[in-house]
Design a protein around this ligand. Structure first.
Ligand SMILES: Cc1cc2nc3c(=O)[nH]c(=O)nc-3n(C[C@H](O)[C@H](O)[C@H](O)COP(=O)(O)OP(=O)(O)OC[C@H]3O[C@@H](n4cnc5c(N)ncnc54)[C@H](O)[C@@H]3O)c2cc1C
Ligand code: SF4
Ligand code: SF4
Length: 1009
């Protein structure tokens, strides 16, 4: 084979990039010439060293362009210095096409605007850093128009990435691939030619040639290539998902010589794409989802040709392993219960098909489904027309890669590498049978099989052993054999994720040397010096080269404070959890909490993934060499709010709050910490001291000069109000009263957390009132106790452990007597349910504590005999409420019981999709976090509170959430659910200002119980 492309000279990852590129000169020139970010530091390079694939290549540097002029200047400067370039969107690529020893341009932060939507011509022009869901949210307002292809990563993948990879997803069966939906692209070549390309008529072609210049040169060369290879191009495999290789058929005259569509799928190896003009499609307004059960996955695939006759919008297959893994991970239990069971189950493993029938009318869709089912004969079917059920079931399918990446129960990790092959849909059943035999021969039976079956595309993550030499050799052998198998079926090695490095080397097997030469020539037309994402697709690096792990992988295994019981006790395994899926890069908190800091900064560094990658690199010790003392890791973790959103929302359950605490513990070991760690970390002790003279403390902390001094000394934001201590602690109030109620329902131990006890004791008093009214005898632990939360969040883990150990000992008599422990403050309650065992190690009382800890709502709704009266508004109607779920409540405790309790006390509640409030314990109290803290709150929560009618109840169980609401100038005070339940039990009406009528906080009203 002729080598047309010179190899790039940049090879080494250290120091700071390529050996032959003057990296310092390049960085300095870039800083001079562009407005956007230029980051050549080791931390940033480590951050971008991998995508969602098996590969790792540390870039030369990273540029975050603000404008297209920045992009043009970046490419020009790289050309001057001979440095390769790589464009990046969401970085969710699975084949290694989005990491390289290059200057990486991250389009996602600034270049993400929708420039125009033209509903009449059904098209939109967008900047390529735009996230797909954001585009569709805007276009849907124009008569239900959407950009059709929808990868599972739709909430965070970018249009540039979709163009780069020729992305598809489930709906591509209806819409076609990205290439089919791109009309024109504005491109930039490495040598600086910037132009719009698209379909080219003969007349336009003549005009372009007549105008001369580099543009004419490109067009002439492209047409010449097309004509020379026309016969081979016309012989490309004909199948819906031919994603491997360049899309040269788009150049054929019968396809209008569409240069834009030919460049879709070139993975940054030919050009940089600035803007895209996209075709929009009217989405059918009615959808019915049909679920069918089959005895095994190949039998399910055999039904595909019949179903395809009924033009489904999407036809997806999934096997029992995916369902089992999601079940074992406790993912979407309600949705999993909806699946039909196959009646003729053989025990070999059930499988399902999900068929989405879209239509303009429900009647037409039903009619089509009836005919389809008649045609199929005897199948086990369930039909869902409720959009909520449909959404839940789609989430099961879209969660596939996340659920299967780490085999539950300590099994081997599973990896991409052969994750998206495609064959003609009518041959999928047979391909699956052969493929399962191949998996079995290599001992990879644990792999789950699922995918876009209607288009013949099979997804699977395979438990390759990528850390031993034999394992890596077997990985290669398997992939080569799988490639040959797909070739025998006339398929494509990639059915949607692209070739990158994982499949680039194999293209000769699929297409033969002549066509691969055509690919090389095509690239050379745009990029003769091979500076565009070199080593990917053509002239590809070996598929087992540059592995993220590899036979030499040997991370540091430091001793840790937390146990990491879900990671075999290994911090390095915890740091390896992140599969790069990128869900933490969703730009809005619409479906959960994760990741508030990314939502407001848009920086990779401030996403869960970015932080995971930094920790991974820290343990690897090559690019980031400072270990626990490393400042770039500390910087990346600094804006982590420790909200634990990721623990729940990340498909791999990355628990960054824990990793941050671990890091801080080691980072500051034996040296001075930030002042706020002392003032806020030791708050429980400070609060006890303050309660010796609360009036005096409040006077001092709120005095103009003295208060400012206290804040400065404590490292606290001068613009924040210092917490006001109550006149008497909850414990004192409790000591001074006789137990109330009958106690017929038994004893409960009310957890006196620091925030409730000293700052909002009225809430605890309300809880006592409510508990006693329904028949519980309320007890308190004797002596000072604490869950250690503030020491955990500031990484003072030695102290936290001691505090927790003492607490568990104090609680032991109640725990051993089986008494439930009721927590009111979600973050403290979460410590008992999560962190305690992880910090204390195996401890029977800690185990009991985890099991016996309840939220108030969990306790009250568990007993169906408890009759709760409904709260009424002044006018006798059901009061309206908006509810802010504390992020630890969301992540650790679960909020379902609260929703049920809110319903039982008669509230008409809107659960805000607001994510984190932004204050997050100590996070928002420091001046350096102020902007991020408020920006997080301003996303949804604070505007919703401001917009609420005066008689709307604002519910927030978290002290942080209530504080943020009060301090952000909303003019409202939020209520704890305990206050509402207590008021309902006492027949207090909600009133025109519910917080005045129902609040039992001393500062708002006298305690009423
Ligand atoms: C869990 C999971 C599920 C997935 N499911 C699907 C699926 O259902 N369907 C599917 O098709 N894919 C899927 N993918 C793959 C991937 O998410 C998609 O291909 C997605 O569209 C990539 O978008 P991105 O913004 O993350 O692109 P990136 O990874 O950032 O980039 C993708 C490619 O495009 C290039 N590129 C990016 N921006 C530009 C630009 N401005 N100019 C030129 N080149 C550019 C990059 O260099 C790279 O080669 C999945 C990935 C994961 C991890
Ligand atoms: S942290 Fe979780 S959500 Fe984010 S990329 Fe990694 S696996 Fe995905
Ligand atoms: S704990 Fe919260 S802020 Fe930190 S990484 Fe996870 S989701 Fe993001």
């Amino acid at each position: 084979m002729t080598t047309l492309l010179p190899a790039p000279r940049v090879r080494a990852a250290r120091p700071a990039g390529g050996a032959d590129v003057d990296v310092q000169g390049l960085a300095a020139a870039l800083r001079q010439r562009i407005r956007g970010g230029v980051r050549f530091d080791d931390g940033t390079r480590a951050l971008y060293a991998t995508d969602a694939s098996n590969y790792r290549q540390v870039p030369i540097g990273v540029v975050v362009p603000r404008t297209f002029d920045d992009v043009v200047a970046t490419v020009a400067t790289c050309r001057e210095y001979g440095a390769p370039v790589l464009s990046r969107g969401g970085g969710t690529s699975l084949a290694g096409e989005c990491c390289n020893v290059a200057v990486v341009m991250d389009f996602s932060k600034h270049l993400n605007a929708i420039e125009s939507i033209d509903p009449r011509h059904r098209r939109a022009v967008v900047q390529t850093g735009l996230v797909l869901d954001q585009l569709n949210a805007a276009t849907r307002h124009h008569g239900g128009l959407v950009f059709g292809p929808k990868p599972a990563t739709h909430s965070h993948c970018t249009i540039g990435g979709m163009v780069g990879n020729n992305s598809c997803g489930s709906t591509a069966q209806w819409s076609g691939t990205t290439a089919a939906n791109v009309e024109r692209l504005e491109i930039l070549t490495y040598d600086g030619e910037r132009m719009w390309v698209g379909e080219t008529s003969d007349e336009e072609y003549r005009q372009i040639l007549a105008a001369g210049g580099r543009r004419a040169e490109i067009y002439r060369a492209v047409r010449d290539l097309r004509d020379r290879y026309a016969e081979q191009i016309r012989a490309f495999p004909s199948l819906p998902r031919r994603i491997s290789g360049y899309n040269l058929p788009a150049l054929l005259p019968e396809h209008g010589m569409n240069l834009a569509q030919a460049l879709v799928g070139t993975e940054s190896t030919c050009v940089t794409v600035l803007r895209a003009q996209l075709r929009l499609l009217p989405e059918p307004p009615k959808h019915i989802l049909v679920l069918m059960a089959f005895p095994d996955i190949a039998a399910a695939a055999d039904a595909v040709p019949t179903i395809n006759r009924y033009s489904p919008m999407a036809l997806e297959g999934l096997d029992d392993k995916l369902i089992r893994y999601e079940g074992e991970e406790h993912m979407r239990p309600e949705a999993l219960r909806l699946l039909p069971e196959p009646t003729n189950h053989t025990g070999r493993g059930a499988a399902w098909l999900m068929v989405d029938i879209g239509s303009d009318s429900v009647e037409e869709a039903r009619d089509r489904i009836h005919r389809m089912l008649d045609d199929l004969g005897d199948v086990d079917v369930k039909v869902f027309d409720d959009p909520e059920h449909q959404e839940q079931l789609w989430a099961v399918r879209e969660g596939g890669l996340g659920a299967t990446a780490r085999t539950p129960g300590g099994g081997p990790d599973a990896w991409p590498g052969w994750e998206d092959s495609a064959v003609p849909p009518e041959r999928l059943g047979d391909y699956l049978r052969d493929f399962q035999r191949l998996l079995h021969r290599h001992g990879y039976d644990a792999a789950s099989l699922y995918g876009h079956f209607g288009d013949g595309c099979l997804h699977t993550s395979i438990p390759f052993d990528l850390v031993t030499a034999d394992g890596v050799a077997d990985f290669r052998a398997f992939v080569e054999q799988a490639a040959d198998l797909v070739s025998r079926y006339g398929g494509s090695y990639s059915g949607e994720h692209g070739d990158g490095q994982a499949r680039g080397e194999l293209l000769t097997r699929m297409y033969g040397p002549d066509v691969v030469q055509a690919f090389e020539e095509f690239k050379a037309i745009f990029d003769p010096d091979n500076r565009m994402n070199p080593g990917k697709v053509v002239h590809a690096n070996p598929l087992d080269g540059q592995l993220r792990l590899g036979a030499g992988y040997s991370p540091a295994e430091p001793a840790t404070y937390f146990r990491y019981s879900g990671d075999s006790g290994s911090f390095s395994r915890a740091a390896l959890r992140c599969a790069g899926v990128g869900t933490c890069r969703r730009p809005e908190p619409d479906k959960g909490v994760m990741c508030p800091s990314y939502q407001v900064t848009g920086d990779e560094e401030h996403s869960t993934r970015g932080r995971s990658r930094m920790l991974f690199e820290m343990l690897r010790g090559e690019t980031i060499t400072g270990g626990w003392r490393e400042q770039s890791v500390a910087d990346a973790l600094d804006l982590c709010l420790a909200c634990k959103g990721c623990k729940r929302d990340c498909p791999m359950h990355v628990d960054m709050a824990t990793y941050k605490a671990e890091f801080l513990a080691h980072h500051y070991a034996g040296r001075m910490r930030p002042r706020s760690h002392y003032s806020l970390g030791w708050l429980p002790v400070a609060a006890r001291l303050a309660m010796l003279a609360p009036g005096l403390t409040n006077a001092v902390t709120h005095a103009p000069v003295l208060g400012g001094l206290v804040k400065r000394l404590g490292g606290i934001d001068p613009q924040r109000d210092m917490p006001r201590f109550a006149g008497a602690s909850f414990q004192r109030w409790m000591r001074n009263r006789a137990p109330g109620g009958t106690g017929l329902r038994g004893r409960v131990l009310l957890w006196p957390d620091t925030f409730t006890t000293y700052l909002s004791p009225g809430i605890a008093a309300a809880a006592v009132g409510a508990l006693e009214a329904v028949g519980f005898r309320v007890e308190l632990p004797r002596g000072p106790v604490c869950c250690g939360l503030t020491w955990i969040s500031t990484g003072q883990l030695g102290v936290a452990r001691r505090v927790l150990r003492r607490t568990v000992d104090t609680l032991a008599p109640w725990l051993r007597a089986g008494v439930p422990v009721v927590g009111l403050e979600p973050s403290c309650t979460s410590v008992f349910r999560g962190d305690t065992l992880e910090l204390l190690g195996h401890n029977q009382d800690a185990l009991r504590l985890r099991k016996q800890t309840r939220t108030l709502a969990e306790l009250l709704v568990a007993d169906h005999d408890i009759a709760l009266p409904e709260l009424r508004g002044e006018d006798g109607d059901r009061p309206h409420a908006i509810s802010q779920t504390h992020c630890h409540h969301h992540a650790v405790l679960g909020h379902d019981a609260d929703v049920e309790l809110q319903r039982r006390v008669g509230l008409d509640v809107e659960q805000l999709a607001s994510g984190c409030c932004g204050l997050a314990g100590d996070f928002g109290m420091t001046p350096e976090h102020r902007d991020v803290s408020l920006a997080v709150g301003e996303q949804v929560l604070l505007p919703a509170v401001r917009a609420a009618a005066p008689d709307t109840l604002i519910l927030a169980d978290g002290f942080s959430c209530r504080t943020q609401i009060e301090e952000a100038g909303t003019g409202r005070h939020a209520l704890h659910l305990a206050e509402v339940v207590n008021a309902a039990l006492r027949g207090v009406p909600a009133g025109e200002r519910p917080e005045h009528a129902l609040s039992v906080r001393p500062e708002a009203r006298a305690v009423r119980t």
